[in-house]
Write a protein that binds this ligand. Structure first.
Ligand code: NAP
Length: 423
């Protein structure tokens, strides 16, 4: 039995739960500190830190499981944002507790929280906003001047026994999913949802063709499923034939191994005719490979971009006239190059996208609740494997799909607080 007697302790071992609503003074966490910036395996270390208190409009969550995302690979490196320096300026805290995905139980609510109560089982979307500006009230909260990603730009994410969130971040936990399944997908699912449906008129519709970079990665597995659900055709890019089965089973109509082509990186200057022709000669075979699935001469309606620098020039090329390249990251670098003629003459749209607003995140969560989207959980790690899971991700050695960490869920396979108390 993991439930502790009603007497409060200052610190509970991982996997041992206090009575509902009993908040200890301290908790275990895996913070990042400035003097440890570098590889995830050195940056994240287990520590005991104070449990945060919920302020107005805030909620304290007992974290059962956390999802792993690339953003805390960036946080561990201290680049491009020195995140701990930001926290020191804003709150005086000299550590960063990351983690932008969580499943858990509401443990305490701050003043003014009306809709949510201790004991409710929830997952969390990671968009924090001011809640008071016009964009938060009738506009798009992603345009709020105070918009930040919880557990990356803000502190007190899910890599700890307790996490602090704004009440508007809460969403019902899909009841049929285990804690670890529910913790994995929200950040990547909501981001992919917004990229594919949040930029009208370029929304995915039946029959469209969509090129999905990193088809076996966190974003990619969600994009493939969403495109399929919309009745359109996802074509997945992968880096190894071993990932082909996985993306085809998920719904991709084709898989292309990018290592079989040689057209990556910065586009040469279009004024340098020889270099540009040489580049085009290397890009065209990749474009033709796509036609194997879309039909001769059919470029894709939407390119789902996130590798950035290394792939963006090709994305612009393989997008059809009037189509859209939608981009949410620059994993390989931020310097995007293109040929402006291709963009204006062919009326292509290059669209930035960042996470999702609460309406989009909740719409995406409904698909999880209805069982229309799989969380694609590939691997579950223990609390002390937070550094390892991030290290694997930083080296692109993680398995296809999403990874989760058990925090206070005593073992895998449990779905409710009651089950956790029963052990
Ligand atoms: P992930 O699970 O690591 O998947 C990314 C995939 O991209 C990898 O599996 C890899 O697949 C592919 N890839 C890596 N380097 C590449 C390159 N040079 N060229 C082509 N493909 C490459 O990560 P993720 O969770 O999908 O996130 C991907 C990126 O998006 C990260 O930078 C993350 O920070 C960012 N992101 C941004 C937002 C936002 O709201 N702005 C939200 C989520 C994620 P193959 O090796 O099989 O090709």
């Amino acid at each position: 039995m993991n439930k502790t007697a009603s007497t409060s302790s200052d610190l509970y071992p991982i996997g041992q739960l206090p009575e509902l609503g009993v908040v200890p003074k301290s908790m275990y966490a895996y913070p990042i500190r400035r003097d440890r910036y570098g590889s995830p395996s050195q940056a994240f270390q287990r520590e005991v830190v104070p449990v945060p208190q919920p302020g107005p409009g805030e909620v304290l969550i007992k974290v059962m499981a956390a999802g792993i995302n690339y953003n805390n690979v960036w946080a561990a490196s201290g680049k491009p944002i020195d995140i701990v320096a930001k926290h020191m300026r804003e709150s005086g805290l000299d550590y960063h507790i990351g983690g932008s995905d969580a499943s858990g139980v509401i443990w305490a609510v701050g003043p003014g929280v009306k809709k949510w109560k201790p004991g409710q089982e929830v997952i969390v979307h990671c968009n924090q906003t001011c809640g008071e500006c016009p964009e938060c009230n009738g506009g798009n909260p992603m345009y709020c001047n105070e918009q930040q990603i919880w557990g990356y730009e803000t502190n007190h994410g899910s890599f700890a026994q307790f996490a602090l969130v704004q009440a508007q971040q809460l969403m019902p936990k899909p009841p049929q999913l285990t804690w670890e399944e529910a913790a994995g997908p929200t950040l990547v699912l909501a981001t992919a949802y917004s990229m594919l449906f949040g930029h009208p008129p370029h929304t995915v519709r039946p029959g469209m063709n969509v090129l999905v970079w990193g088809g076996a990665g966190g974003l990619g597995v969600m994009a493939i499923q969403l495109v399929r659900l919309a009745g359109a055709n996802p074509i997945a890019v992968i880096s190894s034939d071993s990932k082909e089965d996985y993306v085809l089973r998920l719904g991709a109509i084709g898989a292309i191994n990018r290592h079989k082509f040689d057209c990556w990186g910065e586009m040469p200057n279009p004024s340098d005719e020889k270099a540009f022709k040489d580049w085009m000669d290397r890009v065209k075979p990749f474009g033709k490979e796509i036609w194997k699935y879309t039909g001769h001469g059919n470029n894709v309606d939407i390119v789902f971009e996130h590798p950035g620098e290394s792939t963006f020039p090709v994305s612009g090329f393989v997008c059809k006239p009037g189509g859209m390249v939608v981009i949410c990251a620059g994993t390989s670098g931020y310097k995007l190059t293109t040929d402006a003629r291709m963009m204006w003459m062919r009326r292509k749209r290059f669209q930035g996208s960042h996470f999702a607003n609460a309406a989009e995140a909740n719409a995406a969560n409904k698909l999880l609740i209805n069982g229309q989207i799989s969380p694609c959980l590939s691997e579950v790690f223990q609390f002390d494997e937070i550094p390892l899971a991030h290290q694997l991700m930083s080296e692109n050695r993680h398995k296809p799909g999403n990874m989760s960490i058990l925090i206070d869920a005593p073992r895998p396979g449990l779905k409710s607080l009651d089950e956790c108390y029963r052990g």
